[in-house]
Design a protein around this ligand. Sequence first.
Ligand SMILES: Cc1cc2nc3c(=O)[nH]c(=O)nc-3n(C[C@H](O)[C@H](O)[C@H](O)COP(=O)(O)OP(=O)(O)OC[C@H]3O[C@@H](n4cnc5c(N)ncnc54)[C@H](O)[C@@H]3O)c2cc1C
Length: 476
Amino acid sequence: MAERLHARRARSNIPVTMGADELPATLRAALVGAIGERNLLTDPDLKASYEIDWTRRFHGRAAAVVRPATTAEVAAILRACSAAGRAVVPQGGNTGLVGGGVPRDGEVVLSTTRLTGPCSVDAAAGEIVVPAGTTLHQVQEAARDAGFDFGVDIGPRESCTIGGMIAANAGGVHVLRYGMMSEQLIGVEAVLADGSVIGRVPGLRKDNAGYHLAALLAGSEGTLGVVTRAHLRLTPAMPERAVALLGLDDVEAAVAVMRQVRPALPSLAALELILAEALDLVCRYAGVAAPLRGAHPVVLLIECAGQTSPREELLAALESAGGLVRESVAADDAAGVRRLWRYRDAAGEAINAAGVPHKLDVAVPLAAVPEFVARVRAAVAAAAPEARVAIWGHVGDGNLHVNILGLAPGDAPIDHDVLRLAVELGGTIAAEHGVGTQKTADLPLARSAGDLAAMRAIKAALDPRGILNPGVVVMR
Ligand SMILES: Cc1cc2nc3c(=O)[nH]c(=O)nc-3n(C[C@H](O)[C@H](O)[C@H](O)COP(=O)(O)OP(=O)(O)OC[C@H]3O[C@@H](n4cnc5c(N)ncnc54)[C@H](O)[C@@H]3O)c2cc1C
């Protein structure tokens, strides 16, 4: 029953022709003309992996999956789908966590995984141009080969695509140093619903000739256009790293340590929080011992990075926070750094292995993090005593991932309570994963009526027939 409610909510926002699982002959012919028979998938077995998300919480049936290899093919597909009034769901690596990249029912999934090609680095400018289907890992390799790095790093780096990361405005572990995906953009090329191509790639760092369309596409979650190419800034390589895991008594202590060490760490690259339930899940999943001897309610991961070893700087800063730290472990060799990061990196896989989680990605002001954690735990315990809560996140940005196990996939009231609480404490319902279909109904909690009207006006202007990812982000 709960499952059906969820499906109904998602479908209720969809204005264009939906529900038909088969493609009309004219649309089919147009799509075959655009990309060839081989890249139009209608066989249920071939479509299956495109129809369900990484958490297995969101799924639907696609009328077809199309796999263009060029911007011109994307344009031809969108022209054909626009003419037929058929909704299109852009999909990159399908690692999104809010249901925005999987079909609801009867849509055409436009997979960008064939939009690949050489990554072109301009070393003098410290920039790279890539097709949208390029994975984050491929960008990182190309950057490193040229002596650079890329500012955004997230766990599913081998699968997630640059187009998907722009569309989601991905954040990740290094936002406190380099910002989110929107801050890496120099230019973006995208195809609008009517098949017209917008944006400038390669672009220019300084180009105020009109609206910044790349910024508009960041975080648009496939609702305004299909990103086909990107021009991104690179960051200087910081090959020397030092990581410490600190065992702490409570979340208040984590915030106090951050207050203490932050000003003393110019090489700070990441500040991550792992609460005990999440650490326990990781240890069981990965079959590894806990990183610290004692059982601490809270673990704070601090990473510093530089061109020379930041080890001494990190250790000196930790000394200044000594009274709050119950126990710590540190590493500055590559294997040791990887080993300590694993306790944080594996959290998503670990919770997925334990069930189908409700994942709620929120941000609150740092000072409110302890109260938020305490009240989320209390709210879930009261509403669903059998549910388990595991919390971790990019606490340096006030960004927490609340994961709840033991709820039916469509059982949404607790999700809404958690999101409301984040807003009540001065935060937002969507920090870095986006709105997707998961939080569309909650958007008015976080955005004013004026903001929502402006978003709807932009959507209506760029996609008047509402064919691009209907039901995602804004309701019409
Ligand atoms: C284990 C794990 C850890 C994660 N950690 C983080 C994290 O730390 N920080 C973070 O921000 N995210 C994180 N994510 C979420 C996810 O990886 C990001 O949202 C990523 O940016 C999605 O990229 P993708 O190519 O997989 O996009 P998809 O999942 O395929 O799509 C995401 C959204 O973008 C749209 N889209 C995809 N490609 C395009 C395109 N070319 N043009 C227009 N729209 C498009 C889709 O319609 C959908 O709405 C994590 C996910 C997993 C599974």
